[in-house]
Design a protein around this ligand. Structure first.
Ligand code: GLU
Length: 464
């Protein structure tokens, strides 16, 4: 590769960062990092009616959360209008673009006539200057659009990094409007000028943009620009095979943060949607960067698999340092309305429960039981907290009042209670768990009790 690798992600700030855009951002980022290149954030905000600052903020927050650091930007297209206008003026001057005074009723009639003749509707080039051609008379009071002078013959071809060679005939493409009557540049034109000015070497984007690519290539050629290489990644599908959308659940990256997913797990999971490295499923970000060279991108669309994401997240939770996990769990507890005082117990609680949780929210729900009152299911209570076990619970409460507060001493205390009352361990354990944490399914009893504040444990055991 002779050209410096420069990739970009170019979201439109009309909403949150969609999972599909996040995946494209991840691929573009990893590709740039792999080759020691630059990754650029560009905000495509020319749809003024639908673009918001809030969406920009959310996009940036999601990029930060996923730790997809960009080397340049954010660039805003709305701040580059003068540049687009200058390029349009230059193209008008050198004849690669021209004014067209057709009005919408005229265009409608043109298309109507084409359809009636069984032709594909397209602009017929009536204002396209040609040697020896007489153009229509310029109408009064009409602000012209600017059209790109697309080549009439030949093909546009590119070797797509994902899809292989793609060839489109220029006959399929009519003369694209690059500036509206009010002078504002259009979407495809801004993308072209940006990719040119920002010296983008590789464009990785969703395959919903394949149709734009031949038009963009033609304009880039007319500008004498070096072409980037393109890779069009298939859309992510939902479990039913339709394009992944809100209908399938959360599609905003930051909803996953709220729902208790770790950014590293998201990065790992997203990277496997449409890309693979052998059978590897779990790998760190550095490993992804080391492997991600633009090969092994899948031609067929990947399907969102919530169960697999949960599994990946669970592996990252299990492997995470308990103190770091405690900080995340504490934030999740606040969202649940439970304020955990920093009394040093949370890391231990995380260590004990993380094996059974696939999100930090699930972990926070467990942890909340140690800090806020629990309300056991009445049926669970009735089933386990029986008259037969009550004397043992009372004795356990008494003995816990003055035993040393650590796991071995608590284990010994439990044994004493069993010996003194003749109750079996499972009976005492189930009833104690229900009273302490509201459920009979918990890790080992001595470990659970040891993580309680002594008074809280005793109080719950004494709850009638
Ligand atoms: N703004 C476009 C989008 O959000 C991306 C354009 C591109 O990557 O060329 O789909």
């Amino acid at each position: 590769m002779t050209r410096k690798v420069r990739t970009r992600i170019a979201p439109s700030p009309t909403g949150f960062l969609h999972l599909g855009t996040a995946r494209t951002a991840l691929f573009s980022w990893a590709f740039a990092r792999h080759f020691g290149g630059d990754f650029i954030l560009r905000i495509e905000d020319t749809d003024v009616a639908r673009s918001t600052q809030e969406a920009v903020d959310q996009i940036i927050a999601a990029m930060q959360w996923l730790e997809l650091g960009y080397d340049e930007g954010p660039y805003y297209q709305m701040q580059r209008l003068d540049r687009y206008r200058a390029v349009i003026a230059q193209m008008l001057a050198d004849g690669t673009a021209y004014h067209c005074y057709c009005q919408s009723d005229e265009l409608d009639a043109m298309r109507e006539a084409q359809r009636a003749r069984g032709e594909k509707p397209r602009y017929d080039g009536r204002w396209r200057p040609e040697p020896g051609k007489t153009l229509p008379e310029v109408p009064q009071g009409v602000a012209p659009v600017v059209r790109f002078r697309n080549p009439l013959d030949g093909d546009v071809s590119w070797d797509d990094l994902v899809k292989g060679r793609i060839t489109i005939s220029n006959r399929e493409l009519d003369d694209l409007i690059i500036a509206r009557g009010d002078g504002t540049p259009t979407y495809n034109f801004c993308v072209v000028v940006d990719d040119w000015d920002m010296q983008i070497s590789h464009v990785l984007r969703g395959d919903d943009h394949v149709n734009n690519t031949p038009r963009q290539i033609n304009i880039l050629r007319a500008l004498g620009a070096e072409l980037p290489l393109y890779g069009h990644v298939p859309m992510i599908l939902g479990p039913d095979g339709d394009k992944l959308s809100k209908r399938h659940g959360a599609v905003s990256v930051m909803q996953y943060e709220e729902a208790g997913y770790l950014p590293e797990a998201m990065v790992n999971y997203l990277s496997r949607l449409g890309w693979s490295h052998g059978d590897d499923e779990l790998f760190a970000r550095d490993q992804l960067v080391a492997w991600f060279d633009g090969t092994h991108l899948a031609k067929s669309p990947a399907q969102w698999d919530a169960a697999k994401l949960n599994w990946v997240n669970a592996q990252y939770i299990k492997a995470m340092d308990d103190d770091a996990l405690a900080a995340l769990v504490s934030a999740q507890m606040q969202r649940l309305g439970v304020t955990s005082v920093d009394d040093g117990r949370l890391a231990g609680i995380c260590a004990l429960f993380k094996d059974r949780c696939d999100t930090t929210v699930a972990l926070a729900q467990w942890a909340s039981g140690f800090y806020a009152p629990v309300s056991p299911e009445p049926a669970e209570r009735e089933r386990h907290v029986t008259d037969a076990v009550r004397p043992a619970l009372a004795l356990l409460a008494d003995k816990l009042a003055d035993c040393v507060w650590d796991k071995p001493s608590i284990a010994a205390t439990i044994k004493e209670v069993l010996a003194a009352t003749g109750i079996k361990m499972p009976q005492l354990a189930m009833a104690t768990r229900v009273l302490l944490l509201g459920t009979s399914q918990t890790p080992s009893l001595d470990a659970v009790i040891a993580l309680f504040i002594r008074e809280t444990a005793i109080e719950r055991l004494r709850t009638p």
